[in-house]
Write a protein that binds this ligand. Sequence first.
Ligand SMILES: [Zn+2]
Length: 300
Amino acid sequence: MQELISKIINLPIYQELGIFINKKSIHKDYLDDFSAIFNMDKKVRTYCTKCKLTETFRPLKSEIKVEHSSKIFVTLRDSYELTRYSIHNKVYFEKVHNEINIVEYDNLKKSSVNFLVKYGCSMNLSHEIQIYFSMFIEDKFLVIRKIGQNISPYLINLPNSRIYDKELKKYKCKDDYFKYYLHTIHGDHIAALLYLRRVFEKFVNHHVDEESKGELFSKKILNLKSKNVLDPETEDLSGSVYGLLSKGIHQLSDRECSELNHALFIFIEDQLIYQESLRKMKKRKDEARKRIESSTNKHT
Ligand SMILES: [Zn+2]
């Protein structure tokens, strides 16, 4: 359950979660998904942009009110707890035993309802993550659409990009990287790939020799192969990655680009992390060399 909430926090705006329904109840395989959003009793570990550390966030009072009422008797022998889930003081769901019934089924088919959930950082509850949702019924699904969040998933994920921030600056592609991220968050994957390609082009252009600058890009990538620029474990994919980035921008549908986006991003990110690790390793070795050489001179 915790996993789903952290996934939701990182979910781009306007993405939807579908909770399958059976008649007018939540399907039993989707009870955990339902609980992750509506029970709000689970903590989540995520990056706090104010503390600048990964912290535990706990649910704060939200627009969903959950009320457990005393036992109701279904038969003389069996009694069950009744849980009511209200939004803006209107009961939308009722849980009896293990069944969650959609009380507002007919209205949710006609129109949507918006609601807000909040999480507070355990170090300071005013460090809030607020997520806005819209909920409605379409076909056989209760659709939960994320329509807003006070802290962008980009900022929450920033600690990752901080690892190779110096690399982004070196290739002068920080803006492109940021725009890649913004377009991804907004589900605009063709544009996202366009900026990702720019990041890759700047990275490659930075490393090629002066005489190769005018060559075809695919040739430039080939020229890098003996220069320890690309991660040796993924280097063989570099031509395909560039081909897919270009194909995505010019020929593929947004849906096809969205399916490719993450894998292509991982490849590019891997190259940035690889370069960053080389830089760190070199610094370490240089420092040790300096110390050893100066000590050798001193002690001989
Ligand atoms: Zn905090």
